[in-house]
Design a protein around this ligand. Sequence first.
Ligand SMILES: Nc1ncnc2c1ncn2[C@@H]1O[C@H](COP(=O)(O)OP(=O)(O)OP(=O)(O)O)[C@@H](O)[C@H]1O
Ligand SMILES: [Mg+2]
Length: 445
Amino acid sequence: MSKPQRSSGVARCGSDASRWGQLQELQVTLTSSVRSMIKKIEQEKNQRAIQQKERDPVQRERVQSQKQKPEANKRATTTFVDFGGLSLASCEYMASIPEKTLSEAGLEVIQDVGCGNQSTVQLAKITCDGASARNLSQGMFRCVKRFSKVGLSNSGLQFMKSELEVMQKLAPRANIAEAFDLFQDAECFYLELAFQQGGDFTQLRQNALAAGVPLTEAWWGDIFKQCAAALVHMHELNVIHCDVKEPNLMLKTANCFEPQVVLIDFGVTQEVDEQRTVIYGTPGYIAPEVWDTKTWGKEGDMFSLGVVMLQLMLDRVPDSGNNCGIFVEDTTSYRDVRAATQNREPPFECLPASYPQLGQLARQMLQKDPSLRPSATMMEAEIEALSESWTEIVEASDEAETPPPGMALFEPCEGSTEKHVCLERTGSWASASTAEGSFLSSDSE
Ligand SMILES: Nc1ncnc2c1ncn2[C@@H]1O[C@H](COP(=O)(O)OP(=O)(O)OP(=O)(O)O)[C@@H](O)[C@H]1O
Ligand SMILES: [Mg+2]
């Protein structure tokens, strides 16, 4: 056997360098694997604590009674069922999320602005340090959607990951919320979002009325057309929202006279053709066929939007008071909600007579048979066509401030640039913008 050749100094140097590189790579891999394992162990510990809680008879009974009384839980929350520890893939994903505290991210939390099933949403101000690293065209405020690491399940983590990915895929787009970043500290994951100042649709009616906005069919039509536009975009990209409901629809600004609708919460979206074995969504909004198949189609989103439309026009959005939604009312279990969704005729007869065309549209969207519902594109086009019958151009010049026959000018509030016209025949109010000619919205027909 020949003796191994002693390599030259240069060659030895090169080979040492490459071995050193390999060693460094190995160290990085091992460090990240060890970190992943530690995180996995922590997660499993938390999971065991939760399961322990579930075994506790008092806690179990509480959970059970909540499951059996969905109407007691007035604010609609997403069904989210998952058990078991975190997979290695989840741990690896966790380890790949940048670590920084909120202050290192240049954000200072001001207050809570919302709370969902999966998260707490907080308003944050961008600090001086944070400002240099950001495009401030979106203003000095952000929202952080905070997911606690305690009890976070595989699917919880998966949905958080897909929420960011989906938002990045859909953005930038009017009517779709924007996400900027995802990071973590020891306790939480944080999804940094654009701040939607106008509140969610659970408060839409109250906010609009408080601002003096007339709730005409044209005004609702504009709102619903924008909801449809958000779904048109998603559906074109073969993404289904699966959780369209009032808390997941917001206004970008507080100006209810010119509402800018934004769809939020992409936590449980689904790709077209993806098969699911667990139902995600919110009872009362889940379409009849989804209760059977567990899988959403685009038509499912249209049904959920139909529920939103009807509940808004009827003033029956679920709240902490007596309202619990058109398919949740008089139910005591998810089985009942399913039966109500699949068999109950929604209360169309209670719709105000002033919304005839939108009432008709809601009827189509709430068809039990998904093939009979309009698509988002059809809905958008239909409202666009209807809006021609709702609007009537009014002379906008300051000199010609004489209202059309049968109407009187009304100054809404001091300092407002809006001009409002009272339709004398019905006493209902219409808003007229003076920007590019005035549009008169009427619910008198
Ligand atoms: N970008 C935002 N700006 C202002 N408020 C927000 C924003 N995002 C969410 N909110 C508020 O926080 C609430 C909860 O947010 P979100 O729906 O994203 O959480 P969630 O945990 O996924 O909820 P759930 O699963 O129960 O639907 C919203 O209903 C809304 O009122
Ligand atoms: Mg939500």
